[in-house]
Ligand binder design. Structure first.
Ligand code: FPP
Length: 240
């Protein structure tokens, strides 16, 4: 485990974040909601760099949920535009930063252009193994489990494996997060205390830290504080 430069605490290997509160941040300033998402995307860039400095190996962020399609067309296209711009930037900087990108979620509902960009980014960065960013896009935890169950059932029907011998470890290989260790720490800013269908399988034993700050205002010090809080918890995994 790498050491946090600021406080010399070991950073968790995998941190997951629900980037919540963009809309309220914009409202407080009399701005359109998409201005909040734009500010949220900037916060993501800064926090991703800070995670890198702290030696975090996996960063997973909730960028767009299966439920977010219910928002206005203007807001949805604004978020899609930000995601597209970010992926283009990532493709450009990939070699320099040696970061692997993964998308968790059902890509099929995204625009053909965005799907192509996601696939290209995932494929081109698959050679990097030091740091990995997982973008949850059109992601819902229950949807992920249902898609995994379908893929498993198809393998059973094709005679590739048997239902009776399925273990938890085997099933994990059908999830979007196959090969990625579970997050030790999940952070939800914005004051809401819900998990909102985010990584329900993977976060079964994660420490949740809920914080009273809106995502665009989330500072590097807030991340350090969440890591400190994580260290104060006593993780027993059901043991004594
Ligand atoms: C939740 O806040 C946020 C979202 C649904 C979208 C998150 C998207 C981004 C941060 C921009 C794209 C990301 C990157 C990294 C390029 P909310 O809108 O539900 O806020 P509210 O609860 O205050 O209304």
């Amino acid at each position: 485990m790498a050491l946090s430069k600021a406080k010399m605490l070991p950073a968790p290997q995998h941190i997951a974040i629900i980037m919540d509160g963009n809309g309220r941040w914009a409202k407080k300033r009399g701005l359109p909601r998409n201005a909040g998402h734009k500010a949220g995307a900037e916060t993501f860039r800064r926090i991703a760099a800070h995670c890198n400095d702290l030696g975090v190996k996996y960063l997973t962020v909730y960028a767009f949920s299966t439920e977010n399609w219910k928002r206005t067309e203007e807001e949805v296209s604004g978020i899609m535009f930000l995601l597209e711009s970010y992926l283009k930037e990532a493709l450009r900087d990939m070699e320099k930063n040696r970061i692997r990108f993964q998308v968790f979620g059902d890509l099929n509902r995204l625009s053909p252009k965005l799907q192509k960009l996601c696939r290209e980014t995932m494929e081109r960065s698959s050679v990097y193994h030091d740091v990995q960013v997982n973008f949850c896009m059109n992601y819902g935890g229950r949807d992920e489990i249902v898609r995994a169950a379908r893929a498993f059932a198809a393998d059973v029907a094709a005679g590739k494996c048997s239902a009776d011998s399925l273990t938890e470890r085997d099933f994990e290989n059908y999830l979007d997060s196959a090969g990625v260790p579970d997050p030790e720490l999940v952070i939800r800013p914005s004051g809401e205390q819900r998990t909102s269908n985010f990584l329900p399988w993977q976060s079964a034993y994660s420490e949740y830290v809920f914080m009273d700050v809106l995502w665009p205002d989330f500072s590097n010090e807030d991340l350090d504080a969440a890591i400190e809080e994580y260290h104060r918890r006593n993780r027993r995994f059901g043991g004594t």
